[in-house]
Design a protein around this ligand. Sequence first.
Ligand SMILES: Cc1cc2nc3c(=O)[nH]c(=O)nc-3n(C[C@H](O)[C@H](O)[C@H](O)COP(=O)(O)OP(=O)(O)OC[C@H]3O[C@@H](n4cnc5c(N)ncnc54)[C@H](O)[C@@H]3O)c2cc1C
Length: 393
Amino acid sequence: MTKLNRIVVVGASLAGLRAIQALRAENFAGDITLIGAENHAPYNRPPLSKSVLDGDDDITLPGAELLDSDWLRGRRATALSTVDRAVVLDDGSDVRFDGLVIATGARPRGFTTPPGGVHSLRTVDDALALRAELAAGPSHLTVIGGGFVGSEVASTARRQGIAVTLIDAGIHPMAATVGERAARWLARHHERHGVELVSGVRASGFDGESRVTAVRLNNGSAIPTSLVVAGTGVEPNTDWLRESGLKLDNGVVCTSSLFAAGESAIVAAGDVARWSHPLYGGALVRVEHWANANEQGAVAARNLLAGPEAAEDYSAVPSFATNVHGARIQIAGLPALGDAERVLIDDPAEDRLVVAFTARDVIVGAVAVNAPKELIRLKRAISARAAAAEIAA
Ligand SMILES: Cc1cc2nc3c(=O)[nH]c(=O)nc-3n(C[C@H](O)[C@H](O)[C@H](O)COP(=O)(O)OP(=O)(O)OC[C@H]3O[C@@H](n4cnc5c(N)ncnc54)[C@H](O)[C@@H]3O)c2cc1C
């Protein structure tokens, strides 16, 4: 093991918390400092677009209660010096380290200076602000972007009886993530639940000064509305690393064992990490899913202690699950890497759909709707790099 006396973790959310828990589980005897920009204790984000909007306040992240005094809460890292091995904070002070975990996650890609009533959704404060607006009974909600967060908000709002329009730039929402067939199913599913879908257009701006009155579209039309949620994706929080010399390219570029490229005492984990995935021939991937941050935080911390020579590769199959209008949608692997998709189950009566994705005849991803057992089977096949012929329904 490399001798480390002081480890700094930047980002006090899921990946950062799991890193700290792993350091403790490994009996790391040195100092640990956690730096987190939010004022809240680490919490769970998935409920923010689901149960929290319905009034449930449980966003507990087990383990957060164990954080102690070496936690710089509400403090933002503004720069990193790899030469001095120091993280610079927003008050100008710095924190020295001999091991660093970068877990600064991602933030929404939003609109510059939108009028009131236009929301994005990343933090608990965002969710509480949106919840208050939904509770006030808006006449109409427009969701910009039909990714998972946008789809979940649309689903929650429909359940609350609110009229919803969902705008998406693709032919169908999420076609790039779940493939053509599952995206078509999702589009129909939204429509069956009363969501008005407007596809193949982009929001270009807003009408209304103090308060939004319409979303303007790039085809020249406008959608009158009284509330907007922008679910237009996220970008990794790497601004503070811009001058650090670390390799940045849609995230912190990392080796297969989560070390920042060219570094032996800096690791990254969670939404901010873009690592060389052993299962996909070393392709650089960045995954914005809970399970990834949950596992990577721990693996990155253990690897930091072990050093690059003894570190383990991070080769878990990416996985994601959500509920949209009552349907369980699960993804395993990376469907977007596929060059062909194959429908294994299409059962409209039971509302079940299973699609497998192959690249050069090897299974790389799967999407399942209301078919959890199939998803488990396909996840194993992805992990084993099974051939397309082995995955018949
Ligand atoms: C509304 C919503 C719903 C979701 N639903 C699902 C779901 O159903 N299933 C699923 O798999 N995933 C879901 N996710 C994604 C999942 O929550 C993320 O993948 C996970 O939170 C990533 O954890 P992280 O620790 O890497 O980053 P984050 O949770 O983004 O945390 C990063 C932390 O670092 C802090 N930070 C950033 N920059 C700095 C800085 N310079 N200095 C100090 N601190 C900094 C941030 O304030 C933040 O607290 C959802 C996310 C959202 C927002």
